[in-house]
Design a binder for this molecule. Structure first.
Ligand code: UD1
Length: 488
């Protein structure tokens, strides 16, 4: 089990090259199923989610190979139409393969993606849209059996909510369907326009790409193409938050600045100076960040829900109080409890989190609860005094390519280490090194009570909680007692 050891409290400065967008790469990989020709996706991020998508393609009979940051897929020998449950579980967004498999094979069998760390993630909009296009879908013991007895046909579809995944499934299914599909209230995230761009290069006829109403005229056949995946706006926002939390300056290279517009006002409100030129963005933070009054997540072009966690972590060390309102997912604040362990002051009530900025956080042992929650812990750890050890890194590996390298290049003291086994995590030598910061009292830092209610865990400020739990502050040293760890 690997962990990330971050020695925080040092200002980060430098340049980060942003990778291709995970949320573009996944639907693009699914869409390569639509043609027998080879497709090359350049600027593809090397992430575990991308590997899962490639394993799905190989399971279906495709050739899918890496060459540096290019993935080549040849889907000329598709021989299956199912996705094994294990792969569906590893990446819940594998549901975006449904439209592609149906379009290519005329039938599909995949397990129902369950609820996840962000709360329930229903797929009713995916299914109802595909049904309107001629799919017959039955569910038995958690497995979805889908077929298109008369082939997919165009349809007029209005989504009740601009779901990103449902929009992608409809577009992928529509490009080779018979007739015209008009999709209203489509998601407008940049990753949708990127998918349309790829499909158009393959010969699809799409009007209104990236707009609320998209019209697709079905064509008989697509051909292969080479496509460059757009830059990852969430990775960019994460590094902005990480550097800003340390009072530093970062130049982000290979960004699409237009896609970062929804997050820029929050950074400016925090006192960061932003300069844009070409495909680069400079973000320069003041020594102490100002508060960001309100962040409300919304579908694009609103503030992206995926960028809220790193920004919230940044705000834990800002001056003043800010309010975060999550409108997309039901349960996105699980990481708040971990931040509170580091001394953050966050109160969570349902979809609202109130963050009271503190002059500093302190390093301790924490665990990623989900992908963006993990990114929040990294941001906080970089700003915190002392050493933070972060566990459950598989969440981070889903969405950040070589984060350790990027942060080290910025001057961060970040190291990925192999933990021997799940016993007392910080060894004695590490305790000595971290003297002057928080230390563990022989308790495994990742063995939290996962069943604890978030409201309870993140319901109070870290400092208050430590007091209640009997922590002792001696000459600037926080000594956390065993009881403290158990109550979280
Ligand atoms: C995608 C992104 C994810 C991002 C999210 C919102 C990928 C791989 N993932 O996820 O990182 O956080 O968009 O920008 O691109 N919903 C339904 N029924 C459905 C579909 C969705 O009720 O059939 C609900 C979801 O539960 C959620 C909301 O709609 O509350 C948004 O979901 P959606 O836009 O579909 O997100 P994803 O495509 O899953």
């Amino acid at each position: 089990m690997e962990r990330l050891r971050i020695e925080g409290g040092r200002r980060l400065d430098g340049t980060v090259k942003i990778h291709g967008a995970k949320n573009s790469a996944l639907p693009l990989l699914a869409a390569t199923l639509l043609t027998k020709d080879e497709c090359a996706l350049h600027n593809c991020p090397r992430l575990s989610d991308v590997d899962v998508a490639m394993r799905i393609l190989r399971h279906l009979g495709c050739r899918a190979v890496w060459e540096e940051n290019t993935v080549s897929v040849q889907a000329d020998a598709v021989c299956r139409h199912d996705i094994p449950e294990g792969l569906m579980r590893e990446m819940r967004s594998s549901i975006v393969f449904l439209g592609a498999i149906l379009a290519r094979c005329g039938e599909a069998a995949l397990s129902f993606p369950g609820g996840c760390e962000l709360g329930p993630r229903p797929i009713d909009l995916h299914l109802s849209s595909l049904r309107r296009m001629g799919a017959v879908i039955e569910e038995e013991f958690g497995v979805l059996y889908c077929r298109v007895p008369k082939g997919l046909h165009g349809a007029a579809i209005t989504l009740p909510f601009p779901s990103v995944g449902a929009t992608e499934n409809v577009l992928i299914a529509a490009v080779t369907a018979k007739g015209t599909t008009v999709l209203r209230n489509a998601a407008r995230e940049p990753e949708i326009a990127d998918l349309c761009d790829f499909l158009t290069q393959c010969g699809a006829r799409i009007h209104g790409a990236g707009e609320s109403t998209v019209t697709v005229e079905g064509v008989a056949k697509l051909h292969g193409c080479a496509h460059r995946v757009i830059p990852d706006r969430i990775e960019a926002a994460t590094y902005m938050a990480a550097v800003a939390a340390t009072g530093g300056t970062v130049v982000l290279q290979n960004v699409e600045t237009e896609h970062l517009m929804p997050v820029m006002p929050a950074f400016e409100e925090a006192g960061c100076r932003l300069t844009l030129w070409g495909d680069a963005l400079l973000c320069s933070a003041p020594p102490r960040l100002h508060r960001v009054r309100t962040v409300r997540t919304m579908p694009y072009p609103g503030f992206p829900t995926d960028a809220a966690a790193p920004l919230l972590a940044m705000c834990t060390v800002a001056e003043g109080t800010g309010v975060f309102v999550e409108t997309i997912f039901e349960s996105r604040y699980k990481y708040a409890g971990e931040l509170c362990r580091m001394g953050a002051c966050i109160k969570v009530e349902d979809r609202v989190a109130v963050v009271e900025g503190r002059p500093t956080l302190f390093g301790t042992g924490v665990a990623c609860t989900d992908l963006r929650g993990g990114a929040a812990l990294v941001v906080a750890a970089l700003a915190a005094e002392g050493v933070t050890v972060i566990g459950e890194l598989h969440h981070l590996d889903r969405g950040y390519e070589d984060m350790t390298g990027a942060l080290s290049a910025l001057g961060g003291k970040v190291k990925r280490t192999e933990a021997e086994h799940g016993t007392a995590d910080q060894d004695q030598s590490e305790k000595e090194k971290t003297a002057g910061q928080s230390v563990y009292d022989g308790v495994h830092p990742f063995r939290h009570d996962r069943g604890t209610d978030l409201g309870e865990r993140a319901g109070g400020c870290g400092a208050e909680k430590r007091q209640q739990a009997g922590s002792v502050r001696k000459e600037g040293v926080d000594v956390l007692t065993q009881r403290d760890h158990r109550v979280g």
